[in-house]
Design a protein around this ligand. Sequence first.
Ligand SMILES: C[S@@+](CC[C@H](N)C(=O)[O-])C[C@H]1O[C@@H](n2cnc3c(N)ncnc32)[C@H](O)[C@@H]1O
Length: 256
Amino acid sequence: MHGPVAPDAHYEHPRLVSVYDALDPDRSDLQPYLALAAELGARRVLDLGCGTGVLALLLAERGLDVTGLDPAAGSLSVAAAKPGADRVRWVHGDARVLGRLQPPVVVDLVTMTGNAAQAVTDDDGWAALLRAAHDALVPGGHLVLETRVPEARGWEAWTRAATERVRRLPGVGDVRTWTQVDDVSGPPSSPTVVFTQHFAFAADGAVLTSRSVLRFRSREQVGAAVAAAGLDVVEVRDAPDRPGLELVVLAQRSRA
Ligand SMILES: C[S@@+](CC[C@H](N)C(=O)[O-])C[C@H]1O[C@@H](n2cnc3c(N)ncnc32)[C@H](O)[C@@H]1O
């Protein structure tokens, strides 16, 4: 990751970001992160890869001081237009911008939900992100991230037959979506999966596509990268809404 991150179309294209939340309305996956923030007594949170800001806004609603960072300006503009958005500090860019921000971002908890960690596919970018997360944390502060378990081979279900669905969205009409995998490469413990999502709008017949690349990482690889960034893995949890499919990694900056 040397140049700026080029966001996937479904995080950036105005027509796709405008339906992003409506196409994925069940965000019960975020509940454990709200519970974790409360469990840890976090007061200041950095949501890395905040997308359309759903978690950032839920945390801010609870009175926490929240920064949401994302390289996709289109998603951030959706986030910033939501009720309560003025309570959140929105930052455009990838984690490398954190070192240049004034005032600096200093938090007790860094979150990476929605498998945002997998969007960082190269080892250097991944190491830089984890280091930036470490540097934003106070001593004793926590990082929590989720990433799909490679052994579960989730991408095998990303076929048109298994993923196709139609949603009727108010003011938009029917939107038919489906996913297809284009390529799987790399070792079984850490494959890189390239796939394309299709969005067909019945209102005008437009079909937009968004190509994504995701890196899967084993528990050992995530643990080693987190440790190399100076964080201790405290616990690896399951995601209650996706049992057996996710590694939810909780790490801590040392108190010293
Ligand atoms: C599946 S979305 C999840 C968004 C949000 N965390 C949520 O749970 O709703 C993945 C997000 O990761 C962001 N992303 C991609 N590359 C990134 C990077 N290098 N650093 C931080 N975020 C990144 C994308 O722009 C996108 O908003």
